[in-house]
Ligand binder design. Structure first.
Ligand SMILES: Cc1cc2nc3c(=O)[nH]c(=O)nc-3n(C[C@H](O)[C@H](O)[C@H](O)COP(=O)(O)O)c2cc1C
Length: 461
């Protein structure tokens, strides 16, 4: 029997799914709650009009407006629920159904985003083995809790290249945030700023680096795709001018990597790349910066140690290499004066069939020998993942897809929400493992599986 909404119109399948996922409140429950508020809760007397407004909206809404909202993915129901929650009655009130972990954000983002955008964000390359391995490798690492210690006070703030951040979680660079929300990278920067942490802005952002810098209240690093000397020079100088604190050179994309999901969906980039707006640059250069285009393997300007040396001399900003995965490259990079190494599999979106990123952290840390900071992204979803990464020697982690999930659900507030969930989980994991400072985690907190570190690479000389 189809469930009924006010006016006796059956709920569509998608609406039903949205109710089940907690995005839409169940209309039956709302009616009950209206009575409950009016009677049992004197403090909530002001609320029934909101519930009525919700019901009116609910009557009017069409499948399009709810799930493929032309004005962006904001849901009228979400806004109303937030208002209700804001009055302070979230405890026990079914409309205030906030996400309690990152997977809740993921499930809801899937419901509100257009299918092809969702697939573009979630996809890994080829068999998506590495994307899955990023997660399973974190699961293979186990925590070793220590008790009987005073962990009342816990410090989770830290620094990255001298920059204070309130927790060891940063926002990884990713192109096209407008896929998830009209505020795009401006929304993400605001969300990261609200959480007092750092955002890395992609070369292929929809808003320009100047616009994002203007909106940001937290520190920013600029992620660079090298597509030739003059192109890089232009971007690096603009990033310096706009106040970015470091350059993050992505090295794991010698050629572009089409995702098979996108090929099947005939996915096409919808939004312009903000850094090149109105610019008459060679189309093949610009599209080569974007994961959605430039799939022609023949267009691949070289990026080698020579280009790295040149870049080192081009800017006095600190330099981070993103995508390092072996002790050999880590050692060489440090010799070239690199300041930070971001161990990453690009979320499994480039070369498939590799180890998960976290598995490569020990050998990169060893090769860096304290001469460069080490960070890791790819598969970080829980506070315990952050503790594991830090116990292996990373200074901080970064999240990629989860920022899109937060953005899709509630713009800047959603990004902030995702980061705050992680903050709470990091803090709790610290207490449970008997740790009181993220900068002084005991390595023994994590049990490294047998065989880790024994693969492939030679250790640095
Ligand atoms: C939709 C999307 C776009 C991305 N675009 C870029 C990019 O422009 N530059 C870059 O260096 N990495 C890019 N990445 C990779 C992220 O920086 C990061 O390495 C990855 O998302 C981390 O894995 P996670 O998604 O499992 O957290 C992108 C990732 C996603 C999901």
């Amino acid at each position: 029997m189809p469930r009924l909404k006010p006016g006796d119109t059956p709920l569509s399948e998608e609406e039903d799914a949205a109710v089940a996922a907690g995005i839409l409140a169940d209309p039956d429950t709302i009616e009950l709650d209206a009575e409950w508020f009016a009677g049992a809760q004197p403090a909530a007397q002001a609320l029934p009009h909101i519930v009525e407004e919700y019901l009116r909206e609910r009557e009017n809404q069409t499948r399009e407006r709810v799930h493929r909202n032309a004005d962006g993915p904001h849901l009228p129901a979400q806004q109303l629920r937030d208002r209700v929650a804001g009055i302070g009655n979230s405890g026990g009130y079914p409309m205030a159904n906030d996400p309690i972990n990152l997977y809740d954000y993921e499930a809801r983002a899937k419901l509100v985003l257009p299918h092809n955008n969702w697939e573009f964000i979630e996809a890994g390359s080829m068999d998506e083995f590495t994307t899955k391995r990023n997660r399973s490798a974190f699961e293979d690492l186990k925590l070793r809790p220590r008790f009987l210690r005073d962990v009342q006070e816990r410090k989770i703030s830290t620094t990255v290249l001298g920059q204070e951040i309130s927790m060891p979680v940063m926002v990884a660079p990713a192109g096209s945030h407008m896929l998830a929300h009209p505020d795009g990278e401006v929304g993400t920067a605001r969300g990261a700023g609200m959480s007092d942490t750092l955002m890395m802005l992609s070369t292929s952002s929809n808003y320009s680096m100047e616009e994002v810098s203007e909106a940001a209240s937290g520190p920013l690093w600029f992620q660079l795709y090298h597509r030739g000397y003059s192109f890089t020079e232009m971007l690096v100088h603009r990033a310096e001018e706009a106040g970015f604190k470091a350059i993050v050179l992505t090295i794991d994309t010698p050629v572009a990597s089409p995702k098979e999901r996108d090929l099947r969906n005939r996915y096409k980039r919808e939004h312009d790349l903000g850094n090149f707006r109105g610019m008459d640059a060679d189309r093949s250069v610009i599209s080569g910066t974007d994961e959605t285009e430039g799939w022609d393997v023949s267009y691949a300007p070289p990026i080698t140690w020579r280009e790295l040396e040149w870049l080192r001399g081009l800017t006095s900003l600190p330099l981070v290499l993103k995508g390092v995965r072996t002790s050999e490259d880590a050692y060489e990079a440090v010799e070239h004066g690199v300041d930070g190494l971001l161990v990453s599999t690009h979320g499994g979106r480039q070369l498939d069939m590799t180890m998960g990123a976290i598995e490569m952290v020990p050998e990169v840390v060893e090769a860096a020998r304290g001469r460069a900071e080490v960070y890791v992204d790819s598969g970080v979803r829980r506070g315990s993942d952050v503790i594991k990464a830090l116990a292996l020697g990373a200074k901080a982690v970064a999240i990629g897809r989860p920022l899109f999930w937060g953005l899709a659900i509630d713009g800047a507030n959603g990004v902030h929400g995702v980061l705050e969930l992680l903050r709470e989980e990091v803090d709790r994991a610290m207490a449970f493992t008997g740790q009181s400072d993220v900068n002084a985690l005991e390595p023994g907190v994590v049990q490294i599986p047998a065989g880790w570190g024994a693969f492939g690479g030679t250790t640095a000389p």
